[in-house]
Ligand binder design. Structure first.
Ligand code: PLP
Length: 359
């Protein structure tokens, strides 16, 4: 079976990978303790810092993004965290807190909503915690939270770290790691970065690193302290997924050639606007309200009597892939993952096909 051409795979992760990036993975192996590996990792340093908008060391791990969510919890939560829950992935973050033996206080809002700054302030006043977990772009509902404003609220409280899942925001919409004062921000390779799955990337603030040093039970694979030490010396902690590092190197160069992360934000903003215009024209409403919509995944409510299975299936027949809804929204919504290397042009074609399916 031959895969369809690039540009038709709009699943909200994994997303389409450009042929040049796939080709980069065919290079020969190098030793993970070789000088070639050190050069490879050193070469990633600056482009990754520009992507994360940070002056700090960006960590690259061989794990899916959930591994770095666990790293955030193990190294960032002392006793008790407040977890903002507005969908499946933020729910996962909350569960991880408990699974790592820490206490989790949840702040739940209905699906399709964001946690607003005042709600966070109230919750932090009521309940003393030492960390907050949240998901920037909640892929299950397409909600984008105002992380800059939420981070400012967290800063009003002493010694509370902010741990941010930016899996479908980073590289697709603004994430200002240093400027917003995020203590840990993480992403995975297969979403807005448009790489194959298998890598997680993240940055820890100085105060997060200092806290980590005081915490027992950080484990070994996701120990932040040794991870930062190794990365600073341009060394991997263990045998990394070398082929994926080749792909990352190639993709970072492609991003820089195309105008850097800001150009990438603009392209995603244009794709989001295009779906918004279509949604309005066709009367197919978004799940999140205006101003809280992800730039990388649009979650749309289907007309009564039209099931997601039918729509997703008909597109599949035509050679295109989108996502059905997630969790309790599975049957009634669709999710278009317009992230990574997708273009407005291909999105137009997809929307034209959708036109005939949701009328
Ligand atoms: C996909 C996703 C994850 C989990 O990623 P894995 O790579 O499957 O571990 C976490 N958070 C968000 C917001 C995601 O979209």
């Amino acid at each position: 079976m031959t895969a369809p051409a690039f540009g038709r795979f709009f699943l909200p992760g994994p997303t389409d990978v450009h042929p040049d990036v796939l080709a980069a993975m065919q290079r020969a192996m190098i030793g993970h303790r070789s000088s070639a590996m050190e050069r490879l990792l050193e070469g990633l340093e600056q482009p990754l810092a520009r992507l994360f908008r940070t002056s700090r060391t960006v960590l690259v791990g061989t794990t899916s993004a959930t591994g770095f969510m666990e790293m955030a919890v193990r190294n960032g939560v002392r006793q008790r965290a407040l977890s903002l829950v507005n969908g499946s992935f933020s729910e996962r973050f909350a569960k991880l807190v408990g699974a790592c033996g820490k206490e989790c206080i949840r702040l739940d809002v209905p699906l399709g909503c964001a946690v607003e700054p005042d709600m966070l302030r109230d919750a932090l006043r009521r309940t003393p915690v030492d960390a907050v977990t949240l998901v920037h772009s909640e892929t299950s509902t397409g909600v984008l939270q105002d992380v800059a404003a939420l981070a400012a609220v967290v800063r009003e409280f002493d010694d509370v770290l902010l741990l941010v899942d930016a899996v479908t925001s980073l590289a697709g919409s603004p994430v200002e790691t240093d400027q917003w004062g995020l203590d840990f921000v993480l992403t995975g390779s297969q979403k807005a970065l448009a790489l194959p799955p298998g890598l997680a990337l993240g940055v820890a603030s100085e105060r997060m690193l200092e806290r980590a040093k005081t915490l027992p039970n950080r484990g070994l694979y996701f120990d932040l302290v040794s991870f930062v030490q190794a990365t600073t010396k341009h060394q991997p902690t263990n045998t990394p997924a070398i082929s994926l590092l080749y792909a990352l190197e190639t993709q970072l160069a492609r991003i820089e050639r195309a105008g850097g992360v800001e150009a990438r934000w603009r392209r995603h903003d244009a794709m989001r606007s295009r779906v918004e215009a279509w949604s309005e024209q066709r009367g197919v409403p978004y799940v999140p309200r205006e101003g809280r919509r992800s730039w990388t995944v649009s979650c749309l409510k289907l007309p009564d009597g039209t099931g997601s299975k039918t729509v997703v299936g008909a597109l599949k027949e035509a050679g295109w892939t989108i996502g059905a809804g997630y969790g309790s929204l599975k049957d009634t919504t669709i999710r278009i993952g317009h992230m990574g290397d997708h273009t407005v042009g291909a999105l137009e074609e997809l929307l034209a096909l959708l036109d005939g399916l949701v009328a």
